[in-house]
Write a protein that binds this ligand. Sequence first.
Ligand code: TUI
Length: 315
Amino acid sequence: MIKSVICDLLGIRYPVFQGGMAWVADADLAAAVSESGGLGIIAGMNMNGEQLRAEIKKLREKTDRPFGVNVMLMSPFVAEVAEVIVEETVPVVTTGAGNPLTYIKKWIDAGVKVIPVVASVSLAKMVAKRGATAVIAEGGESGGHIGEAHTMPLVPQVADAVDIPVIAAGGIADGRGMAAAFMLGAEGVQLGTRFLVAKECNIHQRYKDEVIKAGDMATVVNGRRIGHPARALKNPFTKLFSARENDLTVDDEELTAFGTGALKKAVKDGDWENGSFLCGQVAGLVKKEQSCQEILEELVLEAEALLKRAATRCE
Ligand code: TUI
């Protein structure tokens, strides 16, 4: 059994988080992950306060295990979502795509454990000083909105810089990635792409099929020009987006408008022509639909075997 301080801190069996993927991570997915021993996380991104409250209620009807809510700091609903987290005493909040300092004290005072996603050492140090329970160091191999650093250099530098546990994210889909993350100094891992194809994940079947079909070169990053680089499966939408991004007669506002609503089209309609199928570089490692229980058990068993074998590699 892999031992980690993060399991004791959060009251979970496996040191595995499911990423709080916008439009994807609902109560069904998060409850299945938490019920299977990981930390299920509801995405607050695409919901207003009352929608989030309903999703939390739904999760609590399915499991009494700890869970998290992800706050996407660029969401138009960030203030009301932050308030609902306090009112519902959500056990864990993760944040992404920005600096969460405005909300950290309010959440900690309400007894919420705060675990921000950081893409740099400087933000990791800042949130550690303000009382974060842990940080998620997410590398640019991830799907969705990404920072500049990648997982291999980012995780050990963050681990060296802070005294709180580090969860590694970005580029992890199996036990090999999990074992490697522990070698880099992580105390846990967060996976998004692998959970896209979980049986309990309610996205359109076309999205799952495209992830399963994808190979090592299947993703592309767009949106740097508008300050929101995001990794997605290459498709007609990313091709057109990229052409417009490189066309200086298209202004930033127009480019932003072109991307708006594209993730929903992928998740809800499986619209391959017009949708943004956010996905990590590990898509090529994701081969089949499985239950969350199967994913977690396979992941942890593989990692344990590798870490045990690693101990016999040296005399
Ligand atoms: O947030 C994510 N991934 C996301 S959010 C999202 S919603 C969206 N939909 C369409 C287009 C764009 C976004 C989809 N995927 N991951 C966490 C994450 N946070 N990755 C990188 C960061 C990050 C970057 C910079 C965190 C902090 C940061 O610091 C900025 C600062 O102000 O210091």
